[in-house]
Design a binder for this molecule. Structure first.
Ligand code: ATP
Ligand code: MG
Length: 417
């Protein structure tokens, strides 16, 4: 066993024992998103590295530190660290701007980030996400937040915290950036190296820094005064106020978090996160916002857009484990030909069933049936001679000898798993 090959650090097998949990997330996603008019899109797992450099932004941690990049035929390729850039690329490349607006899309699948693995943080993890193109009005921001909240509710997660903020537009954000630079300048030498680099390129990201020394700087009164100032312009304020009005009307409780800037460069106006108290330090389940300039930046028509992504591992850790369901039936018989034929007939009638393939003793087969199924369908010598089936309810031990017709009638009335 010493030289067995193991799964890579930060990656995990999803085993049969946990798969119903995952299937539940995916089935609920399909149901909730479809009924809101969102269609699923599946984009490739790897893309040109440039897509993420331009699409996610080269001042972000994702692009600077976390990408799995490799070269093939002199092309630089990257395993997708997130899927918004890929969806936008597909939207542009497939001329989806010609479709009726809005274009509403959702996705699910693995993402890859070279991070330090810890609770709630893997190197290959999964996201489910939604993107909506074509609407600049705050109704779209409300609709996309509602979609996230509805999905969480459908999963039974009703008590999560929604935090919102507005980053303003590029115009009003410039004033804020300047004010931040002025007040942070005296602290520049003691900030973490990342924030020193962010200071010029994207000082907003400093608000998001988790390093202790930077957090302490942000708590200083003069810095707080800048952070709480209402820097966003009239139009952006109106957009934000309307969104809040819609969320109030929908009874979606939210908190304004002025430090919420999100890790990605492409957001403008609305940003939001949904957090849980039950997740420890990696407490964000969902992150999203508006990205009105991304489609154009990646070479498409000027198209406003808004979206979010949720971490599926984190969702799963908030949900109670789903107990595996038993099969409907187990065929108990020492006559392999008849057993095989009955199994096939039962499956064709839509019920789940299995049988013993090694001709074990009757008693052993019944034991296995009790563990794995709700009913045993018994084909012994007598049954085969008389063309009957003995159907045993494995919960109550009640057993009836039925004609084949009666047995199949009974099967049709069974609750299918
Ligand atoms: P964080 O602050 O936790 O690093 P982020 O801002 O990098 O999050 P996003 O890029 O917004 O995360 O991704 C959306 C969601 O995907 C997160 O809220 C989280 O639930 C999940 N997520 C992100 N990175 C990971 C990871 N490495 N492992 C597991 N889940 C992750
Ligand atoms: Mg991150």
């Amino acid at each position: 066993m010493s030289n067995i090959i193991k799964a890579q650090k930060g990656t995990k097998d999803i085993l049969p024992n946990d798969i119903e949990q995952w299937q539940n997330l995916e089935l609920k996603a399909l149901e909730i998103f479809t009924r809101a008019g969102f269609s699923e899109i599946r984009t490739p797992i790897f893309e040109a590295t440039e897509l993420f450099a331009r699409g996610v932004g080269d001042t972000t941690d994702i692009v600077n530190k976390e990408m799995y990049t490799f070269e093939k035929s002199e092309r630089s390729l990257t395993l997708r660290p997130e899927n918004t850039a890929g969806v936008v690329r597909a939207y542009i490349e497939n001329g989806m701007h010609r479709l009726a607006s809005p274009v509403k899309l959702w996705y699910k699948g693995p993402m890859f980030r070279y991070e330090r693995p810890q609770a709630g943080r893997q190197r290959q993890f999964h996201q489910v996400g939604a993107e909506m193109f074509g609407i600049k009005e705050p109704t779209a921001d409300a609709e996309i937040i509602l979609l996230a909240v509805d999905y969480l509710k459908a999963l039974g997660l009703n008590d999560l915290d929604v935090e919102i903020n507005s980053l303003g537009c590029s115009d009003c954000r410039e004033g804020f950036k300047t004010a931040l630079r002025v007040v942070l300048k005296p602290e520049l030498d003691i900030m973490c190296p990342d924030c020193q680099a962010r200071y010029e390129k994207n000082p907003l990201r400093i608000l998001d820094c988790k390093v202790e020394v930077c957090r302490r700087i942000l708590e200083k009164q003069e810095v707080q005064n800048v952070i709480v100032s209402d820097y966003i312009c009239g139009d952006c304020q109106k957009h934000f106020d309307e969104l809040k009005k819609y969320l109030d009307a929908l009874n979606i409780k939210y908190k304004r978090n002025k430090l919420l800037v999100r890790g990605l460069d492409y957001y403008n106006r609305t940003v939001f996160e949904i957090k849980s108290n039950n997740l420890g330090s990696q407490n964000a389940v969902c992150g999203g916002g508006r990205y009105d300039s991304l489609v154009k930046n990646l070479g498409g028509e000027d198209t406003p857009a808004v979206g979010w992504a949720m971490g599926m591992e984190r969702l799963n850790s908030l949900l109670e484990k789903i107990e595996s369901k038993k099969m409907n039936a187990y065929v108990v018989s020492n006559f392999s030909v008849e057993a095989l034929k009955l199994v096939e007939e039962l499956r064709n009638l839509g019920i789940s069933c299995d049988f013993d393939m090694t001709n074990k003793k009757f008693g052993k087969q019944l034991e296995k049936a009790s563990k794995n199924a709700d009913f045993a369908f018994i084909l012994g010598e007598d049954e085969i001679k008389n063309s009957t089936i003995s159907v045993k309810n494995l919960k109550t031990s009640e057993q009836k000898n039925l004609s084949k017709d009666e047995a199949f009638k009974f099967v049709k009335s069974m609750k299918k798993t």
